[in-house]
Design a protein around this ligand. Structure first.
Ligand SMILES: NC(=O)c1ccc[n+]([C@@H]2O[C@H](COP(=O)([O-])OP(=O)(O)OC[C@H]3O[C@@H](n4cnc5c(N)ncnc54)[C@H](OP(=O)(O)O)[C@@H]3O)[C@@H](O)[C@H]2O)c1
Length: 316
């Protein structure tokens, strides 16, 4: 089968097609003929070597990709899935033979849910990784129900889902955006949209004078935005500071919570919830552009340039 991967980390150009044996289905597993694989920022750090230490003992080619949508082509009958089912699937690329930039992937039945009604495979492929992460963000805000939160990078895929889920959970949401993204964020439900940039913390404080109860830093701004959080409030990091740097200075009296989606990929009720929510319009799915899988290098170049609105999706 055709996969997109790399032998050694590097720039976007290291991504290329490989022909490898297709994976067999084992107990409690489902094999999906991938039709769409979302290109997430984490695929860039997989490719550029920033997390290559995690691949110790794994043989190349290294295959990025967490998110897939497609059609079941084989399954352990005990899973209840049958060939032809239209599904979403999620996979941690560092283990079990790589990620979803592949013609076929095998995943645990718990990492599969139905394609949301009314959406095509490209849109469907944008749901799980960031939807599960957004739900984990909300787990960290449970004690703050009804409070005020700020979201940076709200025009991004994760930020957009965080805004929508936070509103469903009764939070008041302040989000930052460039001028061109203001109306998008208002449509997603943000109560207040402030200008992004170096003064973002001051802009947020103008609408929450005592500071926000929590800040979800989807744009990874760190200390630039930490002053927006009230004393004793929560700063939610979406990238671990011990790997990527950017720890919040101790001078800010905030509690840092770091999310990582990995352990949640088999939380089947959450996958089903996200699919249902997308089916009923509770999650806004945004595809920036679909590209043939062979153009994966170009997709990574575009993502690294920034300014992509919605997800780039590879077609297999
Ligand atoms: N820990 C986990 O398990 C987990 C899971 C999912 C995602 N993540 C992380 O979450 C982050 C967001 O992911 P995503 O998929 O939402 O990415 P995305 O779709 O690329 O969105 C990022 C957004 O941040 C904006 N941004 C960049 N610099 C900014 C700045 N200085 N001020 C304000 N906004 C800025 C970008 O705007 P421009 O494009 O205009 O620059 C973009 O709208 C990534 O770092 C990703 O790796 C972590």
């Amino acid at each position: 089968m055709n996969v997109i991967g790399f032998n050694a980390p590097g720039g976007p150009e290291v991504l290329r097609a490989f022909d490898i044996a297709e994976p067999a289905v084992g107990p409690n597993q489902v094999r999906v003929r991938v039709l769409a694989a979302a290109v997430n920022p984490t695929d860039v750090v997989t490719r550029n070597g920033a997390i290559h230490w995690a691949y110790v003992g794994v043989e190349p080619p290294f295959i990025p990709g967490w998110d897939a949508a497609g059609i079941v082509d084989d399954a352990d009958p005990a899973t209840g899935y049958v060939p032809g089912d239209e599904v979403l699937a999620i996979k941690v690329p560092v283990i079990e033979g790589g990620g979803t930039y592949a013609e076929k992937v095998v995943v645990a039945a718990e990492s599969v849910t139905r394609l949301p009604r009314g959406h095509d495979f490209a849109a469907g492929s944008t749901v799980l990784m960031n939807g599960l992460t957004a739900l984990q963000v909300l787990d960290n805000l449970e004690d703050l129900a009804g409070g005020v939160i700020a979201v940076t990078g709200g025009a991004g895929v994760l930020g957009g889902y965080v805004i929508e889920l936070a509103k469903l959970n009764g939070f008041r949401v302040i989000a930052d955006a460039s001028a061109r993204d203001r109306s998008l964020l208002e449509t997603l439900g943000a109560d207040v949209v402030v200008d992004r940039g170096p003064d973002v913390a001051a802009h947020i404080r103008r609408h929450a004078p005592g500071g926000v109860d929590a800040l979800v830093d989807c744009a990874v701004l760190g200390n630039i935005v930490a002053p927006a959080v009230r004393a004793g409030g929560t700063y939610v990091a979406v990238r671990p500071a011990e790997v990527f740097g950017g720890a919040i200075d101790p001078e800010y009296d905030v509690k840092t919570e770091t999310v990582w989606v990995g352990p949640d990929i088999t939380r089947k009720p959450r996958l089903d919830y996200l699919s249902d929510l997308a089916s009923t319009g509770g999650l806004t799915l945004r595809v920036a552009r679909e590209l043939p899988a062979d153009d994966a290098s170009e997709a990574h170049r575009l993502l690294e340039q920034g300014g992509v609105r919605g997800r780039l999706v590879l077609r297999f």
